[in-house]
Design a protein around this ligand. Structure first.
Ligand SMILES: [Ca+2]
Ligand SMILES: [Ca+2]
Ligand SMILES: [Ca+2]
Ligand SMILES: [Ca+2]
Length: 391
């Protein structure tokens, strides 16, 4: 029930972000009409005007020769669903619907895209056909960037830094445009001085360089897509906020609090300040750790969730039952933390990956996936660290 609730929450978040996209392609002044065999289109249109169901001029186009009786009707004004229902109930009319625009389904043109079996698996790496996240189908709806209500979508990566000058990341790195870098002043008044590129909670500045681990994580989430270069992020266009922690829990909590601050500012100022962070990624943890020993870390997920942020966390790279032996953060009970284990190109759980009916929510592709490496390089990446950004 615990897991089911979390998955419902995830679907709810996705609905908020993507929900309004469905149904956008309706052409509101065009109908498709199917008449009874032999029924006359001109008589039908005349009778629609006589009954005052249609009020603007209509042109007709036959969709196929007799005996088919299908028509496209184009009107000067938009029509309501109610009008369509009225037309459908007329004698001689078999069916009526809106006309819709379609889009052609293309694959991105990134030169190394075929290495990314986890996004679209046709068995190219010896794996099982369709053992993938069906990214191609998701891209028919959106390739990332801006929410339907016009907010710039930000995903927060907490890691050991990112190679922000990587040719396949440039343009997708979040910057705090309200902050002037290096002037020693907290220009945007968020409590952090010179937090222009992100924030490093260990150094207390915006040095987010490094990234032998963070760069491949960033690439999976948001390498620039369809730019003819390298790989394609799950989001072609997204803003990646990079937060760097040291190697201790206090820095991690500090990083989450930065994300919380920025999302709360965004909520409170109607998008004038802060950042529209929708998700955080944590590809790190502590093996065999009990949630009850980390109450502050765990409770930050609830605060983030209440502000509108879904958090995704990796479980252990060990074949252990997390329900019994614990793991941080994947044994935190927060409903706003999605915990992820590792599955491979055959849709099997990787042997060296944690599991647990109570604590682990989903498996995502990790082992042998492909992403960015520092200094404009590319290569394979794995472990639950790679699964989490896929989720
Ligand atoms: Ca597929
Ligand atoms: Ca600041
Ligand atoms: Ca400043
Ligand atoms: Ca690319």
């Amino acid at each position: 029930m615990h897991c089911q609730y979390r998955i419902t929450l995830v679907l709810f978040f996705l609905f908020i972000v993507f929900g309004n996209i469905f149904g956008q392609n309706k052409i509101e002044n065009e109908l498709i009409l199917q008449l009874e065999p032999g029924a006359d289109i001109e008589n039908t249109i005349t009778s629609l005007f006589r009954q005052n169901i249609l009020k603007s001029k209509a042109s007709t186009k036959r969709l196929a020769p007799e005996p088919f009786n299908f028509w496209k009707i184009t009107l000067k004004r938009n029509i309501s669903q109610e009008t369509i229902n009225k037309i459908s109930s007329l004698p001689n009319v078999l069916k009526t619907q809106y006309n819709h625009s379609i889009s052609y389904r293309t694959v991105p043109n990134d030169s190394l895209f075929t290495n990314q079996w986890s996004l679209n698996n046709t068995g190219q790496s010896g794996g099982e056909n369709d053992a993938d996240i069906d990214a191609d189908l998701a891209w028919d709806l959106t390739t990332g960037g801006i929410s339907p209500s016009g907010d710039t979508i930000v995903i927060c990566i907490i890691d050991n830094g990112v190679d922000t000058s990587h040719v396949d990341l440039v343009g997708n790195i979040w910057k705090n445009n309200k902050e002037i870098r290096g002037n020693g002043i907290d220009d945007d008044g968020n409590g952090y001085v010179d937090d222009y590129l992100g924030w490093n909670t260990y150094l207390d500045n915006d040095n987010i360089s490094g990234g032998n681990h963070g760069t491949p994580v960033a690439g999976i989430i948001g390498a620039k897509g369809n730019n003819k270069i390298g790989i394609c992020g799950i989001n072609y266009n997204v803003k990646l906020m990079v937060l760097v922690n040291g190697d201790e829990e206090a820095d991690i909590i500090g990083a989450y609090l930065y994300a919380l601050k920025m999302r709360k500012l965004y909520n409170e100022t109607n998008g004038q300040e802060g950042a529209y962070i929708v998700a955080t990624n944590a590809s790190f943890g502590i093996d065999n750790a009990r949630a009850e020993d980390h109450p502050i870390w765990c409770s930050v997920y609830d605060s983030l969730g209440n502000a509108g942020v879904l958090n995704v966390g990796a479980t252990a790279n060990n074949n252990i039952n997390v329900d019994a032996y614990g793991d941080m953060p994947s044994s935190c009970p927060s409903d706003y933390l999605l915990t992820v284990t590792n599955i491979d190109k055959y849709n099997q759980k990787v042997n060296g990956a944690g599991y647990g009916k109570q604590t682990i929510d989903i498996g995502a592709y990790g082992k042998g996936t492909f992403s960015l490496k520092n200094y404009d390089n590319y290569g394979s990446f794995g472990g639950t660290s790679a699964s989490t950004p896929h989720a």
